[in-house]
Design a binder for this molecule. Structure first.
Ligand code: ZN
Length: 217
């Protein structure tokens, strides 16, 4: 038998059918393992929704950007690779009397995915978003503030200059950070090295990173 690939020097005298069957089996096993590995992670955290309960903006262009940010946030939360990364994250609590500090990493993820905001305590696996973008068209000098929120107010306030001018992934990451406060996660107000490892910062930064991957249109 003359092997087409090797000319007259044929090392493996295997018929084409056996080779084909062998390759099919290899491919089948590979994809089965892939499905098993992704479904294992996908089952760990529930399907998640992001819902605009109330959006306010000064014009339709800004409102469209806000709606797009909400869609991307939902996509990120349901992304298997994102969930895997979140489950592998170790968080820090920088407030000594934080009631959340006894939670394990898995319990932190479950709490985020429960969608239980202080103003809507149903485990509905939904981020119920109250979001306003109605102030500060121009960024004031010497400040890095991009919005504000009050503990007893369900509304996330983001300044116009941020929603209008910043990259979409930054807006989505900031929204995720602010929403995690509504779920009950907190951090100290002052800037210190460990603050970046608290739940709002790590969660917001991870959402931002994956939003960048998803936002491609
Ligand atoms: Zn914060």
């Amino acid at each position: 038998m003359i092997c087409r690939r090797w000319g007259n020097v044929c090392c493996f005298n295997i018929s084409r059918e056996i080779k084909k069957a062998f390759m099919y089996n290899i491919i089948l096993v590979f994809f089965s393992l892939l499905v098993i590995s992704t479904s294992t992670y996908a089952q760990e955290l529930p399907q998640f929704n992001v819902r605009a309960v109330r959006l306010r903006a000064t014009d339709s262009r800004d409102e469209n950007r806000m709606r797009q940010a909400l869609q991307i946030f939902e996509k990120v939360m349901n992304d298997t690779a994102f969930q895997r990364k979140l489950l592998d994250t170790t968080f820090v609590f920088d407030l000594p009397d934080d009631p959340m500090r006894t939670l394990s990493p898995k319990q932190i993820c479950d709490t985020l995915f429960s969608g239980k905001e202080w103003y809507d305590t149903d485990t509905d696996h939904t981020a119920d978003i109250f979001w306003e973008c109605t102030k500060r068209r121009i960024r004031p000098p010497f400040t890095s503030t991009i919005g504000y929120g009050n503990p007893n107010d369900s509304t996330i306030n983001t300044y116009i200059f941020f929603v209008r001018n910043r990259k979409m992934q930054d807006i989505v990451g900031n929204l995720a950070h602010e929403w995690s406060h509504k779920i009950g996660f907190d951090h100290r107000p002052d800037n210190h090295p460990e603050r970046e490892r608290t739940v709002p910062y790590l969660f917001g930064n991870l959402v931002e990173k994956f939003a960048k991957k998803i936002y491609s249109w």
